[in-house]
Design a protein around this ligand. Structure first.
Ligand SMILES: [Mg+2]
Length: 317
Protein backbone atom coordinates (compact mmCIF):
# COMPACT_ATOMS: atom_id res chain seq x y z
CA UNK A 1 0.00 0.00 0.00
CA UNK A 2 1.47 3.34 -1.01
CA UNK A 3 0.92 5.95 1.68
CA UNK A 4 -0.70 9.15 0.49
CA UNK A 5 1.71 12.09 0.39
CA UNK A 6 1.89 13.85 3.76
CA UNK A 7 4.10 16.66 4.95
CA UNK A 8 6.15 14.65 7.43
CA UNK A 9 7.41 11.08 6.92
CA UNK A 10 5.17 8.30 8.32
CA UNK A 11 6.48 5.57 10.64
CA UNK A 12 8.18 2.49 9.23
CA UNK A 13 11.03 1.93 6.80
CA UNK A 14 8.88 1.11 3.77
CA UNK A 15 6.44 3.96 4.41
CA UNK A 16 9.43 6.30 4.60
CA UNK A 17 10.73 4.99 1.27
CA UNK A 18 7.25 5.53 -0.23
CA UNK A 19 7.21 9.04 1.20
CA UNK A 20 10.57 9.87 -0.40
CA UNK A 21 9.50 8.19 -3.64
CA UNK A 22 6.30 10.24 -3.84
CA UNK A 23 8.43 13.41 -3.59
CA UNK A 24 11.09 12.38 -6.09
CA UNK A 25 10.11 12.87 -9.72
CA UNK A 26 11.71 10.41 -12.15
CA UNK A 27 14.49 12.31 -13.91
CA UNK A 28 15.21 12.22 -17.66
CA UNK A 29 18.06 9.70 -17.26
CA UNK A 30 16.08 7.31 -15.08
CA UNK A 31 14.20 4.33 -16.49
CA UNK A 32 13.43 2.99 -13.01
CA UNK A 33 13.94 5.03 -9.85
CA UNK A 34 13.39 4.45 -6.15
CA UNK A 35 11.62 1.28 -5.02
CA UNK A 36 13.19 -1.76 -6.71
CA UNK A 37 16.30 -3.83 -6.01
CA UNK A 38 18.27 -1.59 -8.39
CA UNK A 39 17.60 1.62 -10.24
CA UNK A 40 17.95 1.56 -14.04
CA UNK A 41 19.85 4.49 -15.53
CA UNK A 42 19.93 5.20 -19.27
CA UNK A 43 22.91 7.12 -20.61
CA UNK A 44 22.45 6.39 -24.32
CA UNK A 45 19.55 4.39 -25.80
CA UNK A 46 20.07 0.66 -25.42
CA UNK A 47 22.83 1.22 -22.87
CA UNK A 48 21.19 0.78 -19.48
CA UNK A 49 22.98 0.64 -16.15
CA UNK A 50 21.86 -0.89 -12.90
CA UNK A 51 22.85 0.80 -9.66
CA UNK A 52 22.26 -0.33 -6.10
CA UNK A 53 23.63 0.58 -2.69
CA UNK A 54 23.60 -0.98 0.77
CA UNK A 55 24.99 0.21 4.07
CA UNK A 56 26.04 -2.24 6.77
CA UNK A 57 26.48 -1.25 10.39
CA UNK A 58 28.36 -2.92 13.23
CA UNK A 59 25.83 -4.25 15.73
CA UNK A 60 23.05 -4.48 13.15
CA UNK A 61 24.23 -6.38 10.08
CA UNK A 62 27.33 -7.90 11.63
CA UNK A 63 29.13 -7.80 14.98
CA UNK A 64 32.68 -6.72 14.34
CA UNK A 65 34.22 -8.24 17.51
CA UNK A 66 32.54 -11.59 16.86
CA UNK A 67 32.52 -11.83 13.05
CA UNK A 68 35.67 -9.94 12.10
CA UNK A 69 36.19 -7.31 9.40
CA UNK A 70 36.69 -9.89 6.61
CA UNK A 71 33.14 -11.24 7.01
CA UNK A 72 31.76 -7.69 7.25
CA UNK A 73 33.52 -6.67 4.04
CA UNK A 74 32.48 -9.76 2.18
CA UNK A 75 28.86 -9.37 3.23
CA UNK A 76 28.81 -5.68 2.24
CA UNK A 77 29.60 -6.62 -1.36
CA UNK A 78 27.53 -9.82 -1.36
CA UNK A 79 24.27 -8.10 -0.44
CA UNK A 80 24.74 -5.63 -3.29
CA UNK A 81 25.50 -8.48 -5.70
CA UNK A 82 22.25 -10.05 -4.54
CA UNK A 83 20.35 -6.92 -5.63
CA UNK A 84 21.98 -7.04 -9.08
CA UNK A 85 20.99 -10.74 -9.25
CA UNK A 86 17.40 -9.76 -8.42
CA UNK A 87 17.31 -7.75 -11.68
CA UNK A 88 19.06 -10.58 -13.60
CA UNK A 89 21.94 -8.17 -14.21
CA UNK A 90 25.70 -8.52 -14.51
CA UNK A 91 27.83 -6.72 -11.91
CA UNK A 92 30.56 -4.46 -13.27
CA UNK A 93 32.13 -2.08 -10.72
CA UNK A 94 31.76 -1.00 -7.11
CA UNK A 95 32.73 1.80 -4.77
CA UNK A 96 33.31 1.05 -1.09
CA UNK A 97 32.95 3.72 1.60
CA UNK A 98 33.81 3.12 5.23
CA UNK A 99 33.50 4.88 8.57
CA UNK A 100 36.32 3.22 10.52
CA UNK A 101 36.49 3.20 14.32
CA UNK A 102 39.65 5.08 15.27
CA UNK A 103 41.03 2.19 17.29
CA UNK A 104 42.46 -0.54 15.03
CA UNK A 105 41.41 1.43 11.95
CA UNK A 106 44.16 0.07 9.71
CA UNK A 107 43.68 -3.56 10.75
CA UNK A 108 39.94 -3.27 10.19
CA UNK A 109 40.43 -1.62 6.78
CA UNK A 110 42.81 -4.37 5.74
CA UNK A 111 40.37 -7.05 6.89
CA UNK A 112 37.48 -5.48 4.99
CA UNK A 113 39.60 -5.36 1.86
CA UNK A 114 40.73 -8.96 2.26
CA UNK A 115 37.17 -10.13 2.77
CA UNK A 116 35.72 -8.22 -0.13
CA UNK A 117 38.39 -8.64 -2.82
CA UNK A 118 38.04 -12.38 -3.58
CA UNK A 119 34.28 -11.99 -4.04
CA UNK A 120 34.85 -9.00 -6.32
CA UNK A 121 37.29 -11.02 -8.43
CA UNK A 122 34.95 -14.00 -8.58
CA UNK A 123 32.12 -11.89 -10.01
CA UNK A 124 34.36 -9.67 -12.18
CA UNK A 125 33.61 -6.57 -10.14
CA UNK A 126 36.18 -3.76 -10.46
CA UNK A 127 36.72 -1.81 -7.25
CA UNK A 128 36.90 1.75 -8.50
CA UNK A 129 36.84 4.02 -5.46
CA UNK A 130 35.03 5.00 -2.31
CA UNK A 131 35.57 7.10 0.76
CA UNK A 132 37.63 6.40 3.88
CA UNK A 133 36.59 8.09 7.10
CA UNK A 134 37.54 7.56 10.72
CA UNK A 135 35.48 8.42 13.79
CA UNK A 136 34.74 7.44 17.37
CA UNK A 137 31.64 5.52 16.30
CA UNK A 138 31.22 1.88 15.19
CA UNK A 139 32.22 0.49 11.80
CA UNK A 140 29.91 1.36 8.90
CA UNK A 141 30.47 0.05 5.36
CA UNK A 142 28.55 1.32 2.36
CA UNK A 143 28.94 -0.29 -1.06
CA UNK A 144 27.51 1.05 -4.29
CA UNK A 145 27.47 -1.45 -7.12
CA UNK A 146 26.99 -0.82 -10.83
CA UNK A 147 25.89 -3.45 -13.30
CA UNK A 148 24.50 -3.96 -16.78
CA UNK A 149 21.06 -5.19 -17.78
CA UNK A 150 20.58 -8.55 -19.47
CA UNK A 151 19.75 -8.49 -23.22
CA UNK A 152 16.19 -9.51 -22.30
CA UNK A 153 15.87 -6.36 -20.14
CA UNK A 154 16.18 -6.09 -16.37
CA UNK A 155 13.59 -7.96 -14.30
CA UNK A 156 11.73 -5.63 -11.96
CA UNK A 157 9.28 -6.33 -9.12
CA UNK A 158 6.36 -5.09 -11.15
CA UNK A 159 5.44 -7.71 -13.78
CA UNK A 160 3.47 -10.39 -11.91
CA UNK A 161 -0.05 -11.33 -13.09
CA UNK A 162 -2.81 -13.46 -11.57
CA UNK A 163 -2.19 -17.13 -12.33
CA UNK A 164 1.60 -16.73 -12.40
CA UNK A 165 3.66 -19.21 -10.42
CA UNK A 166 6.02 -18.30 -7.58
CA UNK A 167 9.43 -19.90 -7.07
CA UNK A 168 12.40 -19.50 -4.74
CA UNK A 169 15.97 -20.61 -5.40
CA UNK A 170 16.76 -22.20 -2.05
CA UNK A 171 15.73 -23.07 1.50
CA UNK A 172 14.69 -20.23 3.81
CA UNK A 173 14.87 -19.27 7.47
CA UNK A 174 17.33 -19.20 10.35
CA UNK A 175 20.04 -17.24 8.53
CA UNK A 176 20.95 -15.47 11.78
CA UNK A 177 22.64 -18.66 12.95
CA UNK A 178 25.50 -17.50 10.73
CA UNK A 179 24.47 -17.95 7.11
CA UNK A 180 23.54 -14.25 6.89
CA UNK A 181 27.27 -13.45 7.00
CA UNK A 182 28.05 -15.58 3.97
CA UNK A 183 25.26 -15.06 1.48
CA UNK A 184 25.82 -16.65 -1.90
CA UNK A 185 24.75 -14.06 -4.51
CA UNK A 186 22.52 -15.76 -7.08
CA UNK A 187 24.03 -13.93 -10.07
CA UNK A 188 24.67 -17.04 -12.17
CA UNK A 189 21.32 -18.58 -11.20
CA UNK A 190 19.46 -15.46 -12.31
CA UNK A 191 21.33 -15.44 -15.60
CA UNK A 192 20.55 -19.12 -16.21
CA UNK A 193 16.90 -18.47 -15.36
CA UNK A 194 16.40 -15.56 -17.71
CA UNK A 195 18.09 -17.52 -20.48
CA UNK A 196 15.60 -20.37 -19.87
CA UNK A 197 12.25 -18.57 -19.61
CA UNK A 198 10.90 -15.01 -19.42
CA UNK A 199 10.79 -13.95 -15.76
CA UNK A 200 7.89 -11.62 -14.99
CA UNK A 201 9.09 -10.31 -11.62
CA UNK A 202 11.91 -10.99 -9.19
CA UNK A 203 13.32 -9.89 -5.83
CA UNK A 204 16.01 -11.15 -3.48
CA UNK A 205 14.82 -12.36 -0.09
CA UNK A 206 16.47 -9.85 2.24
CA UNK A 207 13.60 -9.03 4.62
CA UNK A 208 11.72 -12.36 4.67
CA UNK A 209 9.72 -14.22 2.01
CA UNK A 210 6.32 -12.82 2.98
CA UNK A 211 7.61 -9.26 3.10
CA UNK A 212 9.62 -9.51 -0.14
CA UNK A 213 6.96 -11.41 -2.09
CA UNK A 214 4.65 -8.70 -0.76
CA UNK A 215 6.78 -6.11 -2.59
CA UNK A 216 6.34 -7.99 -5.88
CA UNK A 217 2.56 -8.23 -5.36
CA UNK A 218 2.29 -4.57 -4.37
CA UNK A 219 4.42 -3.30 -7.27
CA UNK A 220 2.46 -5.53 -9.66
CA UNK A 221 -0.74 -3.65 -8.88
CA UNK A 222 -1.96 -4.88 -5.50
CA UNK A 223 -2.15 -8.61 -6.20
CA UNK A 224 -2.20 -11.48 -3.69
CA UNK A 225 -0.72 -14.95 -3.44
CA UNK A 226 -1.58 -18.46 -2.33
CA UNK A 227 1.35 -20.36 -0.85
CA UNK A 228 1.43 -24.04 0.02
CA UNK A 229 3.08 -24.96 3.31
CA UNK A 230 4.22 -28.34 2.03
CA UNK A 231 6.17 -26.61 -0.77
CA UNK A 232 7.99 -23.98 1.31
CA UNK A 233 11.65 -25.04 1.51
CA UNK A 234 12.52 -24.73 5.20
CA UNK A 235 16.23 -24.47 5.97
CA UNK A 236 17.74 -26.75 8.59
CA UNK A 237 18.81 -23.57 10.43
CA UNK A 238 15.14 -22.58 10.78
CA UNK A 239 14.46 -25.88 12.55
CA UNK A 240 17.45 -25.35 14.83
CA UNK A 241 16.38 -21.82 15.72
CA UNK A 242 12.85 -23.02 16.31
CA UNK A 243 14.07 -25.35 19.07
CA UNK A 244 15.65 -22.37 20.83
CA UNK A 245 12.95 -19.70 20.48
CA UNK A 246 9.63 -21.59 20.18
CA UNK A 247 8.78 -19.90 16.87
CA UNK A 248 7.84 -22.54 14.32
CA UNK A 249 10.30 -23.46 11.55
CA UNK A 250 7.66 -22.24 9.06
CA UNK A 251 7.51 -18.87 10.81
CA UNK A 252 11.28 -18.58 10.44
CA UNK A 253 11.14 -19.62 6.79
CA UNK A 254 8.43 -17.07 5.99
CA UNK A 255 9.66 -14.13 8.05
CA UNK A 256 13.39 -14.29 8.72
CA UNK A 257 15.47 -11.97 6.61
CA UNK A 258 18.85 -12.22 4.94
CA UNK A 259 18.39 -15.51 3.10
CA UNK A 260 19.42 -13.78 -0.13
CA UNK A 261 17.74 -16.42 -2.25
CA UNK A 262 15.73 -15.17 -5.23
CA UNK A 263 11.94 -15.13 -5.24
CA UNK A 264 10.59 -14.91 -8.79
CA UNK A 265 7.39 -15.25 -10.75
CA UNK A 266 6.83 -16.81 -14.17
CA UNK A 267 3.79 -17.57 -16.31
CA UNK A 268 2.06 -20.98 -15.93
CA UNK A 269 3.61 -22.50 -19.07
CA UNK A 270 7.05 -21.27 -18.14
CA UNK A 271 6.55 -22.81 -14.70
CA UNK A 272 5.94 -26.19 -16.31
CA UNK A 273 9.08 -25.81 -18.39
CA UNK A 274 11.11 -24.91 -15.30
CA UNK A 275 9.70 -27.88 -13.42
CA UNK A 276 10.60 -30.14 -16.33
CA UNK A 277 14.12 -29.26 -15.23
CA UNK A 278 15.87 -28.45 -18.52
CA UNK A 279 18.38 -26.31 -16.62
CA UNK A 280 20.93 -26.93 -13.85
CA UNK A 281 19.03 -25.07 -11.10
CA UNK A 282 17.38 -26.32 -7.94
CA UNK A 283 14.07 -24.47 -7.72
CA UNK A 284 11.19 -24.60 -5.27
CA UNK A 285 7.67 -23.92 -6.55
CA UNK A 286 5.98 -22.32 -3.54
CA UNK A 287 2.69 -20.93 -4.77
CA UNK A 288 0.60 -18.92 -7.18
CA UNK A 289 -0.22 -15.25 -7.76
CA UNK A 290 -3.88 -14.39 -7.22
CA UNK A 291 -5.92 -11.32 -8.10
CA UNK A 292 -7.29 -11.01 -4.56
CA UNK A 293 -4.88 -8.97 -2.39
CA UNK A 294 -3.17 -10.57 0.61
CA UNK A 295 -0.99 -13.63 1.10
CA UNK A 296 -2.61 -16.89 2.18
CA UNK A 297 -1.06 -20.23 2.97
CA UNK A 298 -2.53 -23.71 2.75
CA UNK A 299 -1.54 -25.70 5.84
CA UNK A 300 -0.88 -29.42 6.11
CA UNK A 301 -4.50 -30.11 7.22
CA UNK A 302 -5.84 -28.34 4.14
CA UNK A 303 -7.01 -25.22 5.98
CA UNK A 304 -6.08 -21.82 4.57
CA UNK A 305 -4.74 -18.99 6.70
CA UNK A 306 -3.93 -15.36 5.93
CA UNK A 307 -0.39 -14.34 6.74
CA UNK A 308 0.98 -10.90 7.40
CA UNK A 309 4.62 -10.14 6.79
CA UNK A 310 6.67 -9.58 9.92
CA UNK A 311 9.90 -9.28 8.01
CA UNK A 312 12.63 -6.91 9.02
CA UNK A 313 11.85 -3.19 9.13
CA UNK A 314 14.79 -0.98 10.19
CA UNK A 315 12.52 1.77 11.46
CA UNK A 316 9.99 -0.34 13.33
CA UNK A 317 9.62 1.31 16.78
MG1 LIG B 1 16.80 -6.51 -2.69
Amino acid sequence: VTNPPTNSPPAGEFALIDWIRSRTPTGPNTLLGIGDDCAIIRTTPGNDWLVTTDMLMDGRHFVLDRDGPEAAGRKALAVNLSDIAAMAGTPVAATVSVALPKTHARTIAQGIHEGLSPLARRFNVDLVGGDTNGWDGPLVISVTLFGTCPPQGAVTRAGARPGDQIFVTGPLGGSLLGRHLHPEPRILEAKALIESVPIRAMIDVSDGLVSDLGHILEESGGLGAALDLSHIPIHEDARLMSQADQRSPLDHALNDGEDFELCFVVGPEEAMRLKAGLHPLVLHHVGEVRSEAGIRIRLADGSVRSIVGRGFDHLRP
